[in-house]
Design a protein around this ligand. Structure first.
Ligand SMILES: Cc1cc2nc3c(=O)[nH]c(=O)nc-3n(C[C@H](O)[C@H](O)[C@H](O)COP(=O)(O)OP(=O)(O)OC[C@H]3O[C@@H](n4cnc5c(N)ncnc54)[C@H](O)[C@@H]3O)c2cc1C
Length: 403
């Protein structure tokens, strides 16, 4: 072990010690009982505040904006350790998506107004990009913003807007011009979610959660001061933002589900005494998922090594991470359900409601397994569907740039 390995090991121990104090069994249990992509706000914002008081809320942010000044290896260790500790998953819209956009394209006033409130949880953001008919082909979006004095008047609708029912701020792409290419007429705006004319309508997913919504804009007045970047610069900003949506760490979380699956599959059936773990078909399925997760972990480590040596990993690798990462997550969720046998069929949605006293059927990990599996089906759709990521990769490969 050389000096830098020792330093990283010390860092890992420091993170682990902090997490073992902060993540009490009750917090871990609440975090485990969430089938969605992030903790609901009563838990997530609490955890954000705990991290913020330690200066660790935004590992990737520069120090000048409140980041801890970690390098890529430290950030990766932090992600691995928080997943291992079962910490609540933070809602990413402010921290990972809007924050970097404001840092790069925002005015000094916008930076001062928004960045500290993302860190302290005062602003809870939702992302209004997709529209009915404009998902993969995002540039075809129609929500219209017409300039009227020092405001834009916005009309239209956004769909699949995750956590909009909890958000107090929204960022959105609007059409300010139909002239020229459809990408040229797009502008990036932010608005309080309670502005007159905004209505949020729930969409309940097949896993039973209320995570996504359709949001309607009816003559909503958004001040020009709430425009990020220039009028017509929205497409460039959206592309920049989506780079942050596609990166990230998938393997550590997926490994947690495989570990649970192994544990459950090793339990003897209460009637027959047989173990699923001894079934070669199950073992083959488990091994297949484990190989995918291990391969993903090494890809993520390769990216971390490249980043820490100052290399730019680029769009192609972000697409590979997203595609393979979400697929290995889905494989791990499926195995976690299979490992439960018939318990996997129990409808445990009531037990997942925060504060519910509905008892778990079977082991604790059974409570969210099926809901997580169903919820996870969306991961290959949102953030740019995996088919679209494969198209992006094909373009790189066709032009001779193999990542
Ligand atoms: C759970 C969930 C949460 C979401 N949260 C948000 C959010 O918070 N904010 C937000 O703005 N959006 C959100 N989205 C929307 C998401 O970004 C879109 O669903 C996604 O971009 C796909 O768009 P679409 O649903 O319109 O499908 P479409 O674009 O209509 O695609 C339908 C199918 O056709 C395939 N397809 C489309 N075009 C091509 C092509 N050129 N080549 C090959 N295959 C193609 C797609 O891969 C997909 O399988 C969310 C979606 C889900 C499911």
């Amino acid at each position: 072990m050389d000096a830098s390995d020792r330093e990283m090991e010390n860092f890992r121990q420091e993170v682990r010690a902090f997490l073992s104090d902060a993540i009490t069994p009750e917090v871990r249990m609440r975090a485990r009982r969430q089938a969605g992509i992030a903790a609901e706000p009563s838990l997530g914002v609490w955890w954000l505040k705990v991290l913020n008081s330690k200066g660790w809320a935004a590992p990737a942010w520069p120090v000048e904006y409140g980041g801890p000044g970690w390098d890529a290896v430290q950030r990766h260790i932090f992600e691995e350790e928080t997943a291992r500790a079962g910490a609540p998953t933070l809602w990413p819209s402010g921290l990972q998506l809007l924050g970097p956009v404001v840092m790069r394209f925002g005015t000094p006033e916008q930076k001062a107004a928004f960045l500290p409130k993302i860190l302290n949880g005062e602003h809870y953001w939702a992302q209004g990009f997709s529209e009915p008919g404009s998902g993969s082909d995002l540039a075809s979006l129609k929500t219209q913003a017409v300039r009227d004095g020092d405001c834009y008047v916005v009309n239209g609708t956004k769909i699949w807007t995750s956590h909009a029912h909890w958000a107090n701020w929204l960022f959105l792409l609007v059409r300010t011009s139909t002239a020229g290419s459809k990408r040229d007429g797009i502008t990036f705006l932010v608005t309080p979610a309670d502005a007159p004319g905004i209505t949020v309508q729930p969409i309940i997913s097949m896993s039973g959660e209320h995570e996504t919504n359709q949001v309607f804009f009816d003559n909503v007045r958004i001040p020009v001061a709430n425009r990020i970047g220039e009028e017509g610069q929205g497409w460039e900003i959206a592309k920049y933002l989506l780079e942050f949506e596609r990166g990230g760490s998938y393997a550590a979380g997926a490994q947690g589900y495989l570990d649970e699956a192994r544990e459950n599959a090793m339990l003897p059936d209460p009637v027959t005494g047989e173990r699923l773990w001894d079934d070669p078909c199950f073992r083959r399925r488990f091994a297949d998922a484990q190989l995918r997760v291990t391969a993903q972990r090494w890809t993520e480590k390769r990216v971390v090594a490249a980043l820490s040596s100052g290399q730019n990993v680029g769009d192609a690798l972000a697409s590979i991470l997203k595609t393979r990462g979400t697929e290995c997550q889905q494989a791990s969720y499926e195995v976690a359900v299979a490992a439960l046998g018939e318990l996997g069929m129990a409808d445990q949605r009531d037990a997942l409601v925060p504060g519910s006293n509905t008892p778990a059927i079977g082991p604790e990990s059974a409570v969210r397994a099926t809901a997580r599996h169903l919820n996870g089906r969306a991961a290959t759709i949102y953030g740019g569907s995996n088919e679209i990521q494969r198209n992006i990769l094909f373009r790189f490969i066709a032009s001779g740039q193999v990542p």
